[in-house]
Write a protein that binds this ligand. Structure first.
Ligand SMILES: Cc1ncc(COP(=O)(O)O)c(C=O)c1O
Length: 352
């Protein structure tokens, strides 16, 4: 199977498994796990922030960040397709009791002017706005990169209005690889940053929230409250540390493969995609004459897995389990699947 559903499907390599098997461990709730401590120190230094807190998932790091920056009844501002809003099970309302005010971006990206246009004066009628969240790269935006200059302008508006700024950086590593901007420079404007090790980097588990010592102290409290205090977590943290040290550079291969895929798909008559839009490892394309769930089902029969993310939209994510040679085969399999439209097929109508 050429599995392009997500970069989360990656499995640990033998070398990563060996690092995990040999990890020194302790009870991390007591702060005793040397491997977790090493991972947290490494991530904090890499991002140029004071402290990092290891957690089981990107959803948890994002949601802990929301809780750290807000109180129930507050408002947060984010892009309309942001993962925090779109894919985290309603957690902002359930776990932090906050309202989400949405900005319609372009491929997930919005500007300082867009932010200004939704800010409201301090008045008893309005919820108190506390936090702005950005996503880099943007998942539903097709792996789009948030330009650093735009982030800096948004951060100035946040400072003027006493708002905190959080980054959902599940695929932040891909943005750094594609732009050549250093991790620390890219996140300098943010108060908190969530990064994932279990996406393109290929670790089996884990994310980290990064920020000042004071904010991370508060984050540790909410991590425990949300059930994310782990014990001998060094076993999984070792996979994350290995991924961070060995798998960041190779993200360029995923970017190149995504471009190859997009260019191949753009030659198919019934497929709509502009290869110029593909900036990192996510390829979103539209099918004009076959519903997306049907095309996904037909491709699965041919050994290609990808996701229908709308009635006519599909997503493919290049990742370390898929070679260039495999990616090169996909466009012709898509073309064949489209030609098969008269053959009956049972479609489990899944759309993400
Ligand atoms: C942009 C973004 N943020 C957060 C997450 C959540 O990560 P997790 O699946 O580890 O909860 C994802 C997952 O794919 C994501 O794409």
């Amino acid at each position: 199977m050429i599995d392009l559903r997500s970069d989360t499907i990656t499995k640990p390599t033998p070398a990563m498994r060996e690092a995990m098997a040999n990890a020194e461990v302790g009870d991390d709730v007591f702060g005793d796990d040397p491997t977790v401590n090493a991972l947290e120190a490494y991530v904090a230094e890499l991002l140029g922030k004071e402290e990092a807190v290891y957690m089981p998932s990107g959803t948890m790091t994002n949601q802990v960040a929301l809780r750290v920056h807000t109180e129930p009844g507050d408002e947060i501002i984010l892009e309309s397709q942001a993962h925090i809003y779109y894919y985290e099970g309603g957690a902002p309302a359930a776990l932090s009791g906050v309202m989400c005010r949405l900005i319609e971006g372009t491929k997930g990206i919005f500007t300082a002017q867009d932010l200004r246009s939704v800010l409201r004066p301090d008045n008893v009628h309005f919820a108190k706005t506390k936090l702005v969240c950005l996503e880099n790269t943007h998942n539903r935006g097709g792996g789009s990169i948030f330009p650093l200059a735009t982030i800096q302008e948004i951060a100035l508006v946040c400072q003027e209005h006493n708002l905190k700024l959080h980054l959902d950086g599940a695929r932040f590593w891909n943005a750094c690889e594609a732009t050549g901007i250093s991790e620390a420079e890219y996140v300098q404007p943010f108060d908190t940053v969530s990064v994932c090790f279990s996406k393109g980097l290929g670790a089996p588990v884990g994310s980290a929230l990064v920020g000042s010592k004071d904010l991370m102290q508060r984050a540790r409290r909410f991590r425990k409250m949300f059930g994310g205090g782990m014990r001998q977590a060094g076993i999984i943290a070792a996979g994350a540390l290995y991924a961070l040290k060995h798998n960041r550079e190779r993200l360029s291969e995923d970017r190149v493969n995504a471009k190859i895929l997009a260019e191949g798909l753009s030659l198919i008559e019934d497929i709509k995609i502009n290869p110029e839009d593909v900036q990192t490892n996510i390829v979103i394309f539209e099918t004009e004459n076959m519903p997306a769930p049907e095309l996904a089902a037909r491709l699965e029969e041919k050994g290609v897995a990808l996701l229908a993310i709308g009635s006519n939209q599909l997503r493919a994510v290049t990742n370390l389990m898929v070679t260039q040679e495999q990616v090169e085969k996909v466009p012709s399999l898509v073309a064949t699947a489209l030609r098969d439209r008269t053959t009956p097929i049972s479609i489990a109508a899944k759309s993400y």
